[in-house]
Design a protein around this ligand. Sequence first.
Ligand code: PGA
Length: 241
Amino acid sequence: MKIIISESREEFNGTAADIVRRQIHDKPDSVLGLATGSTPLGLYNLLVCMGIKGDLDFSRIKTFNLDEYKGLSRDHPQSYYHYMYENLFSKINIRDENVNILNGEKADSYRECAEYEKRIKASGGIDLQVLGIGHNGHIGFNEPGTPFDSITDLIDLTDRTIEANSRFFDSPHQVPRQALSMGIKTIMQARNIILLITGGAKARIAAKALRGSITPDVPASVLQLHPFVTVILDKESAAYL
Ligand code: PGA
């Protein structure tokens, strides 16, 4: 596990963007796994800039998003579909047919999840997975206690996650109680992973995940077992490392 502590927000975003840029440069038809949340916004911004300048061509990449809320329509402002188009896909030359996001509106979520797994495999697997981490150590929406061999599935969100995500909704009651998420095994099958962590509020969980014991109680701790993980932190989130 390679750990990079950034001195500034610019350095943090630049380090992450450079890894994604190199991946696409080395393999123009790369399969990327993408995350939502506030942490990767700066990365996506830089990728958009690289695309506008003509430094990066997204026309052959494929993407698979980590997760999506159950029951939100794709045009709901808090759906991850909406987030991805708003912050990245509508601003780069990716082809719509190469974008894969779990559909939270499908009546049969289990079937949607099983088909998603098949689509990832059919694409040749994920070359580079971008991850954030929740305050409780979740990756994707794999909450504490999720077995390490889990695959893409319908997940019950914990109160902690609902509370954390309520900042994007008018009230906690509006936050969906369930989500579809890639499993921990699905994430671990990616060839390379970057884990992005910012802010003092994540300092304790960062230390537990990166230095603590490897346990389903801290889902991100599983990443210690992956051979090609780069963790990028700011100084605040690295305080207890
Ligand atoms: P955040 O979310 O980037 O908004 O902190 C991360 C996560 O919950 O995985």
